[in-house]
Design a protein around this ligand. Sequence first.
Ligand code: UDX
Length: 443
Amino acid sequence: MKISIIGTGYVGLVTGACLAECGHDVTCVDVDPGKVEMINSARSPIHEKGLSELMERHVGRRLRASTDLAAAVAATDVTFIAVGTPAADGKIDLSYVEAAASEIGGALRRKAGYSTVIVKSTVIPGTTVGVVRAALERASGKIAGQGFGLGMNPEFLTEGTAVSDFSYPDRLVLGGIDARTHDVLRELYSGFDKAVPRIVTSPTTAEMIKYASNAVLATMISFSNEIARLCRAVGNVDAADVMRGVHQAGYFTTRIGGERVTAPIVSFLEPGCGFGGSCLPKDVTALIGQGREMGLTLNLLQSVLDVNKGQIDEIMRLIRRHFASLQDVTVTILGIAFKPDTDDVRESPAFPIIRKLKMEGARVTAYDPIARPNGHEDLTDVDLAESLREAVANAQVVILVTRWKEFSQLAGLLKELGRRPLVVDGRRVLDPEAFAHYEGIGR
Ligand code: UDX
């Protein structure tokens, strides 16, 4: 099929490259000429495992980028909207989605024949058949379901393993306003394993499935973190052992394919310094906001956010067991990315931890193997180290915030350097026996 994708962020670009890999012909559209040029020279603007290889294989053949939205829509059968939905005052800002829909509508007005528009961005339930439909109809002068098809097909990819998640999905959610749209969506994914469940539904249900899925993940993380606090208070109970036990229950299943199957992570029940990233905090906040607008108080989800915030205090509490004051204490943060294998630092727990440390007078160094968020406001007065060795060479306290593989070398490195700092394991990945002074969340 001939496909255009509006927006080349994580979701748009990964979707484009993976659909090209499936054999479709894909044009990615972005307003940023710099990004377009990078993509057209097969260089990926983001760090995502496997993406560069896909781009090398398909750019110049089945994959290209352009700033010309109208031409891309005119030349393709299906157009995905994959633009950003940033958070603003606890709500999501739909202006980019609406603007994209209007521009697509303008192109559809001049285009003969039938096209299908699919929303891929995570949008508040009701958006596709509301804001998006209205903008498309207004700008195109055509009626959804007659002049064009309209659908909502959420993405469940996680950063760091996005290409593998796209290629081996655990489900495909195909929301459409009519049978013709459902047929287009089915055909788009016809090359995927027949065993992957296809959930054929309405756009609004598809939107709600996406939000509810992220909310359940955030809830599981906060649940584990709360149980971990209780384990700590009870004493002699390790929260990670408890969650491993819980995880053996049949209702926790793993994804089909991809690396997740062998990953040592007890999926979403791993206590730690809290969830971050571009999705979970924003999506839970947006759901609470939508509830509020409709006169509902979503107490459980509010608590999920409160518990998540509280994990920063847990880290500080662990340090205070060893240091009465943090004035002039040298503290090193390991990991700025919100999770390993990505350079994305959005809503990373590293930032609130750094803010607290600075407030208490600590001298902060930070190190990340990939993320380079130069100019980030929380990093003023923070030394950014170029290597793990440099980062920990003078540290009195080392806090592991992100589960990067490289940090497994920490014990050996400290031995070599003859250093015995307090090590605070915010992700429970280090061996407590390997350090002179160790504290771990939930231990
Ligand atoms: C998430 C969802 O997993 C994905 O399905 C959705 O499409 C987008 O949002 P992502 O934000 O990329 O993906 O990362 P994810 O791996 O889910 O991690 C989110 C945060 O939760 C990270 O900060 C991570 O460190 C934290 N986390 C995750 C935990 O604290 N404990 C866990 O057990 C798992």
